[in-house]
Design a binder for this molecule. Structure first.
Ligand SMILES: [Zn+2]
Length: 318
C-alpha cells in the first residue's frame, strides 16, 4: 500500500489505558499498587495525552478497560469529556485478562459485553472497535465482536522482534521460577498482513473474510524487518532509529500508532513503585524525554501531510 498520495494517508493514534496493576501482572509482582499509582493512568497520564493531542490537532482512540470506569469516577469523567471533544472510546476488554482468547466463549462474551455497556454509558455511544489484551485475538472473538456490530479490531501486532523479546523474557522468568501473567501467542501473527485486511473465518491472522466483516487494523511495524513502531519503541530507540521508524510507517496508507497510558507516566511524580520501575525500562526515561519524542513524532506526521483520524473513522474510509 506504499506510494499513496499524501491526501489519503491517515495516522490513527491510539492509547491503551492499561492500569499500573496490569504491569504488576506481566512482571508477576506481588500485591497490588497502592494509591495514587493505582489510578495514575487515568488521573495523571490521561490529561497529559489530552494536552499533547490538543497541541497537534489529534483526535485519538482510547482503548478503555471497562472495569476501570466502575472503579474510578474521576477517570470516568475525564474520558467522558474526551469523548465529547471528538476522541473515540473503544473497548480493551472488561478486566484485561492476558489469557483472553483462552477463556472460552461464555467468558469472552462476558468480557466484551460488560466493557461495551460501561464504555457506551461513559461515551454516550456504543464502542465499535476492540483491542484484545496482550495483542492476542482469535476467530471466535472476532465472530463475537461481529455479532455485536463492531466495525474493526486492532489487536494484531505482526512484529517479529516484539514476539521474540516476549519469548525471551518469559523464558527467563520461567528459569528463575517466576510465572508471567502474559501469554505467548500464536506465531501465525508474524506472517499476518501489515496493511488493513478482513480476517478469514477462524483465521484472524489471514486475509480472506467477507467485505462486510470486521476490518483488522494491524499495529504499525516496518516492512521486512517488522520492527515495532509504537510508543515504547520510539521512546527507547536512539533518535536516528526513531526517525527511520516513523518515516517508514508514514509511507503506508494507514499509520496505526499505538501508545500506552504508561508512556506518559512520570515514575517519581506519579509514585510508581520502585519494583516496577526496575522491570520496565521506559519508566526510567524522564517524562520530558517521552513528551519530546511524542511531540516530534506527531509533528513529523503533520509535516508529511497525513491526516489524523480515530481508528473508527479510518476503518470507515479504508
Ligand atoms: Zn493492554
Amino acid at each position: 500500500m506504499g506510494g499513496q498520495d499524501s491526501a489519503d494517508r491517515i495516522c490513527s493514534v491510539s492509547v491503551d489505558l492499561d492500569a499500573i496493576a496490569c504491569y504488576y501482572r506481566i512482571h508477576a509482582l506481588p500485591g497490588a499498587p497502592a494509591e495514587p499509582a493505582r489510578f495514575a493512568i487515568l488521573r495523571r497520564c490521561l490529561p497529559r495525552f489530552a494536552e499533547l493531542f490538543a497541541r497537534h490537532g489529534v483526535r485519538a482512540t482510547f482503548f478503555v478497560v471497562g472495569a476501570d470506569l466502575d472503579d474510578d469516577a474521576q477517570g470516568r469523567a475525564l474520558l467522558a469529556e474526551l469523548a465529547r471533544a471528538g476522541h473515540e472510546l473503544a473497548s480493551h476488554s472488561h478486566t484485561h485478562p492476558y489469557d483472553f482468547i483462552h477463556l472460552g466463549a461464555a467468558r469472552i462474551a462476558d468480557e466484551i459485553d460488560r466493557a461495551h455497556a460501561a464504555i457506551a454509558a461513559c461515551a454516550g455511544a456504543p464502542p465499535v472497535g476492540f483491542r484484545a489484551p496482550g495483542y492476542e485475538i482469535s476467530g471466535d472473538a472476532i465472530e463475537a465482536l461481529r455479532a455485536r456490530g463492531y466495525r474493526y479490531d486492532s489487536s494484531v501486532f505482526p512484529s517479529a522482534s516484539y514476539y521474540g523479546a516476549k519469548a525471551v523474557v518469559m523464558g527467563a522468568m520461567r528459569v528463575t521460577g517466576r510465572k508471567s501473567g502474559s501469554v505467548l501467542g500464536n506465531p501465525g501473527v508474524l506472517f499476518a498482513p501489515r496493511a488493513p485486511y478482513r480476517p478469514a473465518v477462524g483465521a484472524p491472522y489471514r486475509a480472506g473474510g467477507d467485505s462486510d466483516g470486521i476490518l483488522e487494523l494491524p499495529i504499525a511495524v516496518t516492512p521486512l524487518a517488522r520492527l515495532p513502531v509504537i510508543g515504547t519503541s520510539l521512546i527507547l530507540a536512539p533518535a536516528w532509529l526513531r526517525r527511520r521508524l516513523v518515516a517508514a510507517a508514514l509511507r503506508e496508507r494507514l499509520f496505526n500508532l499505538e501508545l500506552h497510558g504508561i508512556d506518559l507516566c512520570d515514575a517519581a511524580g506519579d509514585d510508581v513503585p520502585a519494583a516496577l520501575v526496575a522491570r520496565q525500562p521506559d519508566l526510567r526515561r524522564p517524562l520530558a524525554h517521552k513528551l519530546a519524542v511524542l511531540d516530534e513524532t506527531l509533528a513529523a506526521v503533520r509535516a508529511s501531510g497525513a491526516r489524523f483520524a480515530p481508528l473508527a473513522e479510518a476503518a470507515a474510509s479504508l
